[in-house]
Design a protein around this ligand. Structure first.
Ligand SMILES: Nc1ncnc2c1ncn2[C@@H]1O[C@H](COP(=O)(O)OP(=O)(O)O)[C@@H](O)[C@H]1O
Ligand SMILES: [Mg+2]
Length: 261
């Protein structure tokens, strides 16, 4: 349903950060996009949602197709109206505003009636937020803030939700709650592209996964395959015994392995 094909992205007209990235998110599925810091995960999301402009970035090759039509370079508000919503890295809630005001801010595209219906639906699905609706958002816990950011994105009733590192900086209990939330949202038929550095978490939720490295897709496969592959576990995902190995060592190891075989 979402197809990214051979995407190339350049920042400031000179810095090439994505080189031929292709991935797809089928209807109703959870797809994980993994990889170390700086690999290009956030850039890939920006290219999908039209936010590259804001960061002096540009798609120089390739395309983004959504439900059969080309949305490459479409304005962010049009992308949202088309059914793709994003929760950005770092949660980006408005700390000085109340929970209720934050949710209304996320619903800016729609008519007043749609907004109040959206809010009612939102409070139905998120009783915690209903209870905290007058609370200043900056005083919520990390987990509650992430819940708020996700709830705000859902008001637009997307068919695809892009999540950028939703577990980052959360306590283990909050991570588990966010994981449960992702499952619930997907259970209602919303497809999810989940960007995570926490590979174990992402692969426990996803159907399919991609691992990015230096602006390219290095490996892809079903979540089970990726989670079970020892090399991938150890050297890309940091799940193995040598999980703490530094990235440069990984590269050396792979080169050596190729040389020996
Ligand atoms: N606005 C920008 N201008 C120039 N370079 C950028 C910009 N944003 C990100 N980059 C660079 O692009 C690369 C990919 O970054 P990013 O997509 O944020 O990776 P990830 O989300 O996987 O950590 C990094 O080298 C980063 O420094
Ligand atoms: Mg990022």
């Amino acid at each position: 349903m979402l197809a990214v094909e051979n995407l190339e992205v350049v920042y400031h007209s000179v810095v090439l950060v994505l080189e031929g990235v292709s991935l797809s998110v089928p209807d109703g599925r959870i797809v994980a996009l993994l990889g170390p810091n700086g690999a290009g995960k956030t850039t890939t999301l920006r290219a999908i949602t039209g936010l590259l402009d804001l960061h002096r970035g540009q798609v120089t090759k390739g395309s983004v197709t959504w439900c059969g039509h080309d949305i490459t370079g479409l304005r962010p508000d049009r992308v949202v109206a088309d059914g793709i919503a994003q929760v950005m890295e770092g949660r980006r809630i408005l700390a000085d505003l109340s929970v209720d005001e934050n949710l209304r801010a996320g619903a800016y595209l729609r008519s007043r009636r749609q907004v109040s219906e959206g809010l009612a639906r939102c409070y139905d699905s998120f009783p915690t937020l209903a209870r905290l609706r007058r609370r200043q958002a900056g005083y919520l816990s990390g987990g509650e803030q992430q819940m708020l950011a996700i709830a705000r994105a859902l008001i637009a009733e997307p068919r695809l939700l892009l999540l950028d590192e939703p577990s980052l900086g959360l306590a283990p209990k909050a991570v588990a709650e966010v994981a449960e939330l992702i499952r619930t949202i997907n259970g209602r038929g919303v497809a999810i592209l989940l960007v995570e550095q926490n590979a174990a978490l992402a692969l426990s939720l996803a159907h399919h996964g991609y691992v990015m490295e230096n602006g390219r897709i290095a490996v892809e496969g079903s979540a089970e395959t990726l989670a079970a592959d020892d090399d991938i576990k150890e050297f890309y995902l940091g799940l193995g015994e040598a999980g703490a190995k530094r990235y440069t060592e990984v590269k050396l190891y792979r080169r050596r392995k190729r040389w020996l075989s």
